[in-house]
Design a protein around this ligand. Sequence first.
Ligand code: PEP
Ligand code: MG
Length: 907
Amino acid sequence: MDNQKRVFTFGNGHAEGRADMRNLLGGKGANLAEMNLIGIPVPPGFTITTEVCNEYYEIGREKVIALLSDEINKSLRLIEENTGMKFGDPEKPLLLSVRSGARASMPGMMDTILNLGLNDEVVEGLARKTNNPRFAYDAYRRFVQMYGDVVLELKPASKEEIDPFEAIIDQVKKEKGVKLDNELETEDLKRLVTLFKAAIIEHTGKRFPDDPMEQLWGAICAVFGSWMNERAILYRKMEGIPQEWGTAVTVMAMVFGNMGANSATGVCFSRDAATGEDIFNGEWLVNAQGEDVVAGIRTPQQITLEGSRRWAELQGFSEEERREKFPSMEEAMPEIYKELDALQTKLENHYRDMQDMEFTVQEGKLWFLQTRNGKRTGAAMVKIAMDLLQQGMIDEKTAIKRCEPLKLDELLHPVFNKKSLQEAKELTRGLPASPGAACGQIVFFADEAVKWHKDGHKVILVRIETSPEDLAGMAEAEGILTARGGMTSHAAVVARGMGKCCVSGAGAINVDYKKRIVEIDGLILKEGDYISLNGTNGSVYKGKIATQAAELSGDFAALMDLCAKYTRLKVRTNADTPQDAEVARRFGAVGIGLCRTEHMFFDNEKIVAMREMILADDIEGRRKALNKLLPYQKEDFKAIFKTMDGCPVNVRLLDPPLHEFVPHDKKGQAIMAEEMGVTPEYIKQRVDSLYEHNPMLGLRGCRLGNTYPEITQMQTRAILTAACELKKEGFDPHPEIMVPLIGILYEFEAQEKVIRQEAAAIFAEQGVEVEFKIGTMIEIPRAALTSNRIATRAEYFSFGTNDLTQMTFGYSRDDIATFLPIYLEKKILKVDPFQVLDRAGVGQLIQMSVEKGRSVRPSLKCGICGEHGGEPSSVHFCHEVGLDYVSCSPFRVPIARLAAAQAAVEE
Ligand code: PEP
Ligand code: MG
């Protein structure tokens, strides 16, 4: 036997683990240990490490059980000592919960089993000891149900069917003539246990185990097994969580929230997870077990009085109704509420972050079952970080680090247009579970959401309630609407994590999965009908509502200002229209890092002249066509320079292969022939002559300008004439002219000569000079390798990491989809190198190029303009190798700004 410690115990104010051991104990295990250490009441238990999860997959179930056996037995004895109970003993029945807990929180993705340790004898003992047979049998039927589902895997036969256990419960309730679970009596619950066990044998061929130790091993292994279930794998993929991390398993003494009127259970947050407001909030249920709150079977009540009043208003209940039927915990259990409030504050102060907590009250005693840094929306993330900073709980650098760059994206999403909203028909209201505006076509099943989305539809997933199986569909939907479930329901928590609009618990909607309809107040909506959701106030509307750009909050601006204070790396944008430039400037871009001029040629008149130029037989024909293009280009540049007045605008000369501009189909060629006054055959022959085997390695980039210098002349003329005219009008343009796809110094020199000659002519004509720079893109490995030569002439470098990645790996950027999924699955590649910059190869070339370039030109400005410029880890790299700026698409500018600041503060 080896000496490795695989099990860490906690209880009664002692713990073998700590908060900073989350890699080994998972978030839940580490925090349960920590809570013990800081005096929060937690039932005793133990955590099996995440390393054991990997062992489970390497050596298999039996060997893992053998390895764990001694430690688990000892740890069980410790729980027995701490509680004075005994596992499997009917006289002193100790029941356990078995829960998963990975390093990063994966809410609801893996399995949990409660009330473990019950069998026909122990349940009788529990009934005697608690003097509460109904409670004992309710716990037993829940256990058999959970064990049957999770360990013995009895699942519904099809997606339209309800859970087989729920079907049995419905049947028994019907026979009894009652509506709610808690109206069932002891004898009914006993019957449920018998029916459940029979259903398990009938459908799975497996027997429910009576031996508590066998139950325990079954549950532990099922939790390890759930690490590799489909939804957990999908969730990890979405969140970038590595498979090797594994899950820990925490086994803890049960405490019961369903022991009567002075017992309860709930979930609470130290701040609002949707908006970030500093308001303690949460939901609870009296006489219930934890899963009742999140599963949405009963309507959960609000913990605070204020929250309860807000909720009642949204739901349309009078104050009397609210107080009578749905009182807050603050009113119903004032003493325990006070303790809960004090402890949640203690936890938030301890972790210095918003906490998401689970608790249970057993016969008047409060226990915490979990705490973690709460998942939150992008807006809440920013607000909480800035509030904690203001409250002196964290410092500026921590505030910057607390925000996840990619989550900023959510704040930039559109909201409903106010005018359209006034005209829209509100159908009903649910809970504002996750903010934002969404409209789309109704679908009722997760797999349909995926399918419809793939076919190009925008969909709203409408469910009675969601479960972890619905994850893929939720990810593809614009928004989620549920009939049941509160602010802490599965739908709400997951949607907030995804930054997706969600309205939950809209009680007035009746979903019929079989007919694929939803009825709202007499109105029937079918699959495919449009609805709109406002996740910020819970409204549900008929039809489509127009959206508009979001207004950014003061906290967002404050965070961006904070970023600016620490950042070294500047952020520019890739933009080729004044509209995009305008958006980027609003988000704080300090220049344009790449203006792709080819995008300007696709307008109607421009494309005709462009095609004329491409298909011309000789230089005269090309010049004629270029002269038609010149005024258009000049006006386009003027508009962009104006928008970016005072900031550098880096304009790239024509780059793509020319065949991209001409029609390849018969119909298109016929239209073009008519426009140009030639025969379709002529067009076809000219188009065919442009054919290349490898166009991305063919006549493109500076090879175009070197083959047809008149194109470079025209573009230089357009850029610099625009700048001169603006200067005369009092503007302050800063043009930069960039030569693409250089591999050899002479390619650059030849283009530079053309540009300088043209510039001299323009300045003479205009009677004014504008300062400008001539630089190059570094996107061919040879250019990176010979940067000390290229920098003798080029005034700046911009790394085109799309092409540089293509040519370093030898992967066609247009064809990588043919093998990328297989490479990722086989782990030949960890990530798509076109998304995340490859530091080892492409990164090395960049670093070398910067060093070599600056060795001959110390002032050489270096930036990046490939897609990587807006990807946080790539931005980090750019900071590390001393680039001056990154350039990315306008909506990525805030993301890059935050990532750049994080790189600086983490240095
Ligand atoms: C690049 O190659 O990274 C680049 C920015 O240019 P394009 O994507 O236009 O080829
Ligand atoms: Mg390129």
